[in-house]
Write a protein that binds this ligand. Structure first.
Ligand code: HEM
Length: 457
């Protein structure tokens, strides 16, 4: 059936709520390591294939059917043409180098300290906080301050419920709708009709309006950008000597929109899944606290990011959190080039769409035994080095995540800050609440609620 019509996958995604990626597991069990999941789309399940599809040669291009559905086609993330994408990527990638991220430590630590201050007040009131929204607020405040020089200050909003964060969540939940009815097409409808058909897009339209107004302001008056203490994304793109020429206003808005989404949800989700597993696996919280105290013995003397990186156990916790939360769960579709290619000894004709999804690799029991168990020590075993190539949360190759250095820094500083300061317990959150749906990133069915007790020295 899947070979005949794309609506087979549509049924699992639209009607069953982002479940095609999970259904693929059953299809592979029945039909083997190569499955035709849509008429022109082959999905692979052998982890060795991952680096054939996602690699530095950039021969396979991003699939327009997926990437043009986000309604922001002119950005590093969505550009399908590899040459144009590379030029655009080169403009902003220096902003996300390790050196740049090291210099960002005060900004990152400051936002996570502020988040911990908010958690302290929850502790005082003996109330549970929505932990994932708290982490997302810290991440979006970091990305907006750093990339645009204008912090969203979402940490100041009661309950971590900033309108824009709520919009991002609502829009993500509409992901499978925009996958089948691309956003560009939806946006050609009159706004009131769009909102009547899909009220969850209200927030998205508000985010977009907000960003377009910001871009207009900066393009009209670039001197406004000089206020920032570091070069922002806009400064890099509006530099008269920028490679590839200054992008159009709509392209700047597309870049901003995608960085908003890419830079907040992903980090917040990984920290939240990790926290849930640490708190629900006996002994892990105390072990992590003891390990963090080794590099951070005196509470008032926060360690630097590179000191935190020396904690092998904290590193293992982060890797395991990335493994169990996957980063992005949708199969990232790529198009086979004109020359065709061979994958798993099978000749694949040009124009065929091919993909793998991250959970297929991260939950492979031959690579990660007991794959559904949160087991940070697997990253400390003698063969752990061999596992690194199977940690693909940031994808691989020329279109891998541009923000991974920033994400690692946020995860070290975020986990260390929270687990050093608080003893925590999951509150009224079931295993079912933590089940995820494919919304490009994994969005849980319920919220992760946590209660806090402030630790003494
Ligand atoms: C734990 C955190 C993160 C995870 C797991 C993650 C994961 C990923 C993955 C899997 C991709 C490839 C997507 C694809 O091929 O379609 C990607 C691309 C991208 N990410 Fe991230 N990401 C994270 C954080 C960030 C941050 C903080 C930023 C902000 C700067 C960012 C910006 C981007 C951009 C711009 C791309 C597009 C790159 C391209 O297509 O050339 N990500 N990310």
């Amino acid at each position: 059936m899947a070979a005949v019509t794309g609506w087979y996958a549509g049924y699992w995604d639209l009607y069953r709520g982002g479940q095609m990626v999970n259904h693929l597991v059953d299809l592979h069990k029945e039909y083997g390591p190569i499955v035709r999941c849509e008429p022109n789309h082959l999905h692979f399940s052998s982890p060795e294939v991952y680096s054939t599809i996602y690699n530095a040669t950039g021969k396979l291009t991003k699939d327009p059917n997926l990437y043009l559905s986000f309604g922001a086609n002119d950005s590093v993330f969505t550009l399908v043409d590899p040459t144009i994408a590379r030029t655009r990527r080169e403009v902003i990638s220096p902003m996300f180098s390790r050196r740049m991220v090291l210099s960002l430590q005060p900004l990152i630590s400051g936002k996570f300290r502020k988040l911990c201050g908010k958690f302290s007040s929850y502790a005082d009131r003996d109330e549970a906080a929505d932990m994932a929204s708290g982490f997302r607020s810290a991440s979006i405040d970091i990305i907006t301050q750093y990339c645009y020089g204008e912090c969203l200050d979402s940490l100041d909003v009661e309950g971590f419920k900033h309108d824009i964060l709520l919009s991002i969540k609502a829009t993500s939940k509409a992901f499978w709708v925009v996958k089948y009815f691309p956003m560009d097409w939806i946006l050609t409808l009159p706004a009131n009709l769009t909102l009547r058909l899909m009220p969850e897009l209200k927030g998205f339209l508000a985010v977009r309006d907000n960003i377009e107004a910001q871009v207009k302001r900066y393009m009209k008056n670039p001197s406004l950008l000089e206020k920032s203490s570091h070069p922002t994304v806009y400064q890099r793109f509006l530099d008269p000597d920028v490679k590839g020429g200054i992008p159009k206003a709509s392209a700047l808005a597309d870049e901003a929109q995608n960085l908003f989404f890419a830079g907040s949800d992903t980090v917040g989700t990984t920290l939240a899944f990790g926290t849930y597993h640490i708190l629900t696996t006996p002994g892990l919280q105390e072990k992590l606290f003891a390990e963090i105290c080794q590099v951070w013995p005196v509470l008032e003397e926060e360690p630097t990011y590179d000191q935190l990186e020396k904690s092998a156990y904290l590193t293992a916790i982060i890797k395991e959190s990335l493994r169990i939360s996957h980063g992005v769960v949708t199969p990232l579709t790529r198009v086979v080039p004109a020359s065709g290619m061979t994958i798993q000894d099978q000749p694949i004709p040009d124009g065929t769409v091919v993909s793998m999804d991250v959970p297929t690799v991260h939950l492979n029991p031959n690579i990660f035994p007991s794959p559904n168990t949160f087991l940070p020590t697997r990253w400390l075993d003698s063969n752990a080095k061999d596992l690194d190539k199977y940690l693909v949360a940031f994808s691989k190759g020329s279109r891998a995540c541009i923000g991974s250095n920033l994400a690692w820094a946020e995860m070290y500083i975020g986990f260390a800050g929270v687990f050093r300061r608080f003893e925590m317990a999951v509150w009224e959150t079931s295993k079912e609440d933590m089940e995820w749906m494919d919304c490009f990133t994994p969005i849980t069915r319920g919220d992760l609620k946590v209660k806090f007790k402030v630790r003494g020295e």
